[in-house]
Design a protein around this ligand. Structure first.
Ligand SMILES: *[C@@H]1O[C@H](CO)[C@@H](O)[C@H](O)[C@H]1NC(C)=O
Length: 171
């Protein structure tokens, strides 16, 4: 009986670990870092090119600005200070992926990737980041597969009866 409970929980956890949605990046608070992907294949401005990641719900809205010569933190939102980076070879590879260290709940939001020559800005993509706390990790387990959740609840119910019979009250 207990082995059956254990197996059920294992199935639950393996379902959760593959949970992901297209266009949305999910990460748990406390992770070392998270990456917002974007692969660019268009033209690069010849003069003064820079790539920006922004959040339009913040002021200042700039999360990260990458120039040819490196990151430019001069107009960066201080909430993201020293937590962001991009590949130094971004102009050659078109890999505009943003790495964000130590994601926090308040980092959840929509991030826009933009290319600029200092005068004209061209919006390229939007990536939605969801940073989840410990509580929602539990929610995920229970939303992962409602059939399995039903079985788990049924086992817990039976287990409770067994314990009650033994004189142990499970709260
Ligand atoms: C991000 O964008 C999605 C769809 O474009 C929207 O449903 C969601 O509410 C937005 N989130 C925030 C925090 O603005």
């Amino acid at each position: 009986f207990f082995r059956a409970v254990l197996i059920t929980f294992c199935v639950c956890f393996s379902t959760v670990s593959h949970h992901s949605l297209a266009g949305i990046v999910e990460v748990h608070e406390g992770a070392e870092s998270v990456q917002l992907p974007y692969q660019y294949s268009g033209d690069i401005p010849e003069v003064n090119p820079s790539v920006l990641w922004t959040r339009n719900d913040l002021n200042p809205k700039i999360i990260h600005r990458q120039r040819e010569e490196g990151a430019d933190p001069s107009d960066q939102n201080q909430l993201y200070r020293k937590r962001t980076s991009m590949n130094p070879d971004f102009l050659d590879t078109g890999n505009f992926r943003l790495t964000l260290r130590k994601p926090q709940l308040s980092d959840s939001g929509n991030y826009t990737c933009t290319i600029s020559d200092g005068r004209v800005e061209l919006k390229l993509a939007q990536v939605q980041l969801e940073v989840k706390g410990e509580q929602s990790r539990l929610d995920l387990i229970f939303s992962a597969n409602s059939e399995i959740t039903g079985v788990v609840i049924f086992y817990l119910y039976i287990m409770n009866i067994q314990f009650t019979r033994l004189g142990v009250i499970v709260k």
